[in-house]
Design a protein around this ligand. Structure first.
Ligand code: FEO
Length: 172
């Protein structure tokens, strides 16, 4: 049986993943409104992926005979001045999510909960990718800062990103 404080931590994580989804949906909509279709697509994929992250934890709690508690999701900003501002906020937010995941890892280790540790491994790897992606986008946008057509090319490239269901959700 998964302990109560681990259940609480995972329920908080579900809320954080849904808040992340909400944040990226807002970024996608803001970019769409400004005709940045590729950036809008990139954040749209991000919004779908975050819902997968929440789903993985929801399923995990149900599989362990624990209860999912859906708390209210806080509001998110609606507008960003520039694409680089969006990606800088993304990086900062993902670093906070990484810290939350690491806290759950610490808790699971202290309680000798190997099942939870096993489930968390996917998230540890995912967070490395999430932070690296945001860092790459910031670096590219900084390089393009002096190029008039750069943002157009950047936006076109991001239009190629496709959603793929998170692997733990393909398991069964
Ligand atoms: Fe679910 Fe972007 O962390």
């Amino acid at each position: 049986m998964i302990t109560k404080n681990l259940q609480n931590a995972i329920n908080s994580q579900i809320n954080a993943e849904l808040w992340s989804a909400y944040l990226y949906l807002a970024m996608s909509l803001d970019a769409e409104r400004k005709a940045l279709k590729g950036i809008s697509n990139w954040f749209w994929v991000q919004w779908l992926e975050e819902q997968d992250h929440a789903r993985i934890f929801q399923k995990y709690l149900n599989d362990r005979d624990a209860q999912v508690i859906l708390e209210p999701i806080k509001g998110v900003p609606t507008e960003w001045n520039t694409p680089i501002q969006m990606f800088k906020e993304t990086l900062k937010h993902e670093q906070e999510v990484t810290a939350m995941i690491n806290n759950i890892v610490k808790l699971a280790r202290e309680q000798g909960d190997n099942e939870t540790l096993s489930r968390l491994q996917w998230f540890i790897d995912e967070q490395i990718e999430e932070e690296a992606n945001a860092r790459d986008m910031i670096a590219t946008l900084e390089l393009l800062a002096d190029s008039g057509s750069g943002i157009y090319m950047f936006d076109r490239e991001l239009a190629e990103r496709k959603y793929q269901k998170a692997t733990p959700l393909l398991e069964k």
